[in-house]
Write a protein that binds this ligand. Structure first.
Ligand SMILES: Cc1cc2nc3c(=O)[nH]c(=O)nc-3n(C[C@H](O)[C@H](O)[C@H](O)COP(=O)(O)O)c2cc1C
Length: 183
């Protein structure tokens, strides 16, 4: 069971980047998690381009999403919403629908105490509208700078919460797989 992680930050020292790398380590076999394409490489969404000349990077995003059992999305909060690059990636997925029916676990890491709660609420609403099964409890990592050292998520309590979120993602993905087999 393979999951795909998308990171909404392009920053070299990104705390959300540290979260997705930790998630790849913490995913327990037979589940595994691979880190998705650099969202900064995607062209801006344009419906004309979607119809006539789909860029290879967009094709890759769609194919990797389609091949996954579910998504882990880690996002910063910018101006009380998600990042532009993540919103753009979701725009490329919304029309083709590879994400439909897949479970999605949300993480927001922010330097604020609230841990990006408003970006997470925005993502939950948008991804639900896009037909995904957003896990009801995401992870909000506040004061993230104190929890990451040298690009590694080191805070043990946060690692355990992330581990529990991944276990729940795997459980929902397995239920989804069984429902599809039965149906
Ligand atoms: C332009 C800008 C706007 C931001 N807006 C918010 C915000 O509205 N709420 C919040 O909690 N943090 C906000 N932040 C803080 C970011 O969430 C924080 O820097 C976070 O660590 C960025 O994610 P990253 O470490 O993965 O790059 C903002 C940061 C920047 C640079």
């Amino acid at each position: 069971m393979k999951f795909l992680a998308l990171c909404g930050s392009l920053r070299t020292g990104s705390f959300n980047g540290a979260v997705v790398r930790a998630a790849a380590e913490l995913c327990v076999p037979p589940a595994s998690l691979e880190i998705g394409p650099d969202l900064g490489q995607l062209a801006f969404f344009n419906q004309d381009v979607e119809l006539w000349a789909l860029p290879p990077k967009v094709r890759e995003l769609r194919e990797r999403c389609a091949a996954s059992a579910g998504l882990l999305i880690a996002s910063p909060e910018y101006a009380r919403g998600t990042s532009g690059v993540l919103k753009n990636a979701l725009e490329w997925l919304v029309g083709s629908g590879e994400q439909v029916g897949k479970p999605v676990a949300l993480v927001t890491a922010s330097t604020s105490a609230q841990g990006g709660d408003r970006a997470q609420a925005w993502l939950a609403e948008t991804l639900t509208m896009m037909g995904t099964k957003v896990l009801p409890e995401g992870l909000r990592i506040g004061q993230a700078a104190a929890k990451v050292t040298d690009g590694r998520l080191v805070d043990e309590a946060t690692r355990q919460e992330l581990h529990a979120l991944l276990a729940e993602l795997a459980r929902v993905a397995e239920d989804t797989r069984q429902d599809a087999t039965a149906g």
